[in-house]
Design a protein around this ligand. Structure first.
Ligand code: GTQ
Length: 351
């Protein structure tokens, strides 16, 4: 599969004739269609929260959450500008809800996650239940569920949205509609889903109906405590430190069908081994400082910063202080299609 050379005049003329019949020669494009290995256009990058925050807050003066429907600054991968993508398959943005505001109820076939970056006390309502959000919480909006966001606190709240927008667009399966009212009616008390499904118990007779986890807020304090308790054992991964994946407690699978989510602890002084996998990963630091090293580039990160490791590109993580980092990728989608691969650098890649 060599680089194609300029076609001869006879071939060019032939291509022109077949083109009229909507035909094209495979041999001119084969190497690009069936590459030896992924060559991503996505680039590694870090968004430092202290640089981004003033712009997010300024959006709060220019447009209301109601008018915008979702007042979000899209995090655009530098290699994919203008496409509303943070990785080739995922969308991410920073959403701002000011005190007293409501982002009106709607639903869509795209799955969404929220990861709370700043603030405490704003809520998301999903399918008749409200959850109050705090920094470090991971919240799910399953496909086709009504959801509205609001802020009854006295501080702005900013969270990162992660959606499978590019996947749904690729499959041409996007549907959306607005709820006739600003907020949906609530039918269950706050904390109901966590009590029912998130305590290692399930109501008798429960039948799994959806692909997403029925737990839709995974509170940070519980995740943090799990990491803290586990760190006393020696379960460190040379590349990821102590990394936990968020699961659907009903079946032990991923919390969302298309987006995999993780929280990892990198102990002070951690110097991770090189790693690459076919899924590009979006990180959001909660605590601590460190760096992402990709090739000859180094990206320093600290609390509230968002950074990305592109797919099939070696990277390593380092931490100067105990660090806790959330991340997400399209790994569940890749795994279901039998495509996901990783390479830990210590042995040749499969294949
Ligand atoms: O909160 O429903 O960042 O529909 C992009 C699309 C957030 C949301 C986004 C959305 C939402």
């Amino acid at each position: 599969m060599d680089t194609p050379s300029q076609p001869s005049p006879e071939r060019e003329a032939y291509y022109g004739r077949i083109s009229e019949e909507h035909l094209a020669p495979l041999w001119e494009v084969l190497a690009g269609l069936v590459p030896k290995e992924p060559a991503t256009k996505a680039r590694a990058h870090v968004w430092h929260y202290d640089k981004v925050r003033p712009h997010v807050m300024e959006a709060g003066e220019l447009i209301t959450a109601k008018e915008a429907e979702r007042r979000v600054l899209v995090l655009e991968n530098p290699g994919l500008r203008g496409q509303s993508r943070i990785t080739p398959t995922l969308y991410a943005g920073l959403q701002l809800i000011l005190p007293g505001e409501i982002a009106p109820s709607h639903r869509h076939t795209q799955s969404a996650l929220r990861f709370v970056i700043e603030g405490e006390g704003a809520y998301t309502a999903v399918d008749g239940e409200k959850t109050i959000m705090r920094e470090g919480d991971f919240v799910i909006t399953p496909p086709w569920t009504w959801h509205d966001h609001g802020n009854d606190s006295d501080r702005p709240m900013v969270w990162m949205d992660g959606l499978d927008v590019p996947i749904v667009a690729f499959l041409e399966t996007g549907f959306a509609e607005s709820y006739p009212e600003e907020s949906q009616p609530l039918s269950r008390p706050e904390g109901d889903a966590l009590a029912r499904y998130g305590m290692g118990l399930l109501p008798e007779g429960y039948e799994q109906r959806a692909l997403c986890s029925p737990v839709f807020n995974y509170p940070y304090d519980r995740t943090r405590e799990a990491l803290e308790t586990m760190r006393r054992q020696d379960e460190w991964d040379p590349c990821h430190g102590l990394r936990l994946r968020y699961v659907n407690p009903v079946d032990g699978g991923w919390a969302m069908p298309t987006i995999g989510t993780f929280m990892q602890l990198l102990p002070k002084g951690f110097a991770g081994a090189p790693y690459r996998a076919t899924d590009a990963t979006v990180f959001s630091a909660v605590e601590g400082r460190g760096r992402l090293v990709v090739g000859d580039e180094t990206f320093e990160w600290g609390p509230r910063d968002v950074f990305i490791a592109p797919g099939w590109t070696r990277y390593r993580l380092e931490a100067d202080e105990d660090a806790v980092v959330f991340s997400f990728s399209d790994r569940p989608a890749q795994e279901k299609l039998g495509l996901w691969r990783e390479d830990r650098g210590n042995r040749p890649a499969a294949g």
